[in-house]
Design a binder for this molecule. Structure first.
Ligand SMILES: [Zn+2]
Length: 278
């Protein structure tokens, strides 16, 4: 995801975050960025966040997720090989729709990949980046909602899995490094609980709300081959249709290949709509 949200982080609404922040700025916050209720609870990795008793549908969804994940193929060392400097893969490159394998080797190469992902994320004014977006089809994401090296917290999630998501859904304007210049509203669950592994392979659980939850869900979708416009309403997609078509044309001009997908054929929408809804 892109930089616009870092401004939100520095806004007054987040000044009580548990992570260190430098000189909170009070940038203008678009209406959709404003929390509907004021809260002084910590926002990052909050232990205060309480889920409502999960609805049956949510539990079923979690179970389905579990089954799905355990069936997933493990990445070989070759799958995690990369050559720097990393470049951002742009829509509609099929790499963004390819299957992402589970990481099973937690070695120096993985650490190097993570370092380089943070590098390219900061350079491109991003606040979150998934491995497929740099051409490595494995289940790995990095993010730092502050969007600045040395500020906020650098978060690395390997093989993440959503085990709970809040019933409450909220709209939020998102951007994506694979869709330069495009920003539009996406509705997603407000909070999620996640199981994942860290860079050493150690397992952990974390509850995310607000901006970290939003960035995580966007990047998690990348690991599932889902792109942010898959989750936009028809009206919102309509508002960015020309920009999507322009990216598709650029892809053809750059590669000499036919665009592998087009906004003109909205086939994936229904499949993607199921996530996070009960
Ligand atoms: Zn993205």
């Amino acid at each position: 995801m892109t930089m616009a949200y870092a401004k939100w982080l520095h806004s007054s609404a987040l000044s009580h975050a548990t992570v260190p922040t430098t000189s909170p700025r009070r940038d203008t916050i678009p209406a959709t960025f404003r929390p509907t209720t004021s809260s002084d609870r910590p926002l990052f990795f909050s232990s205060n966040y309480r889920y409502r008793p999960p609805a049956i549908a949510v539990q079923a969804q979690a179970k389905r997720g579990l089954l799905q994940k355990t069936e997933e193929e493990a990445a070989s060392p070759d799958d995690v090989q990369f050559e720097g400097p990393l470049n951002i893969v742009l829509y509609p490159d099929p790499i963004l729709r390819a299957k992402n394998k589970r990481v099973v080797t937690f070695d120096e190469n993985l650490k190097k990949l993570v370092d380089e992902m943070f590098d390219v994320m900061y350079k491109t004014d991003g606040i979150g980046l998934s491995a497929p977006q740099v051409g490595v089809n494995v289940q790995l994401m990095v993010f730092n909602p502050a969007g600045e090296r040395g500020v906020g917290e650098e978060i690395v999630l390997v093989n993440p899995r959503v085990i709970k998501s809040s019933k409450k859904q909220v709209p939020f304007e998102e951007g994506c490094l694979s869709f330069p210049g495009i920003n539009a509203d996406v509705v997603r669950p407000e909070a999620v609980k996640v199981d994942a592994q860290d860079i050493t392979g150690a397992k952990f659980s974390v509850s995310l709300s607000r901006l970290p939850s939003r960035v995580f869900q966007h990047e998690y979708d990348h690991l599932e081959g889902i792109l942010f416009f898959d989750r936009m309403t028809a009206e919102v997609v309509e508002s960015i249709r020309a920009e999507l078509l322009a990216l598709e044309q650029k892809y053809e001009d750059r590669t000499g290949l036919t665009r592998p997908e087009s906004v003109e054929t909205r086939k994936r929408w229904k499949a993607a709509a199921g996530f996070g809804r009960s």
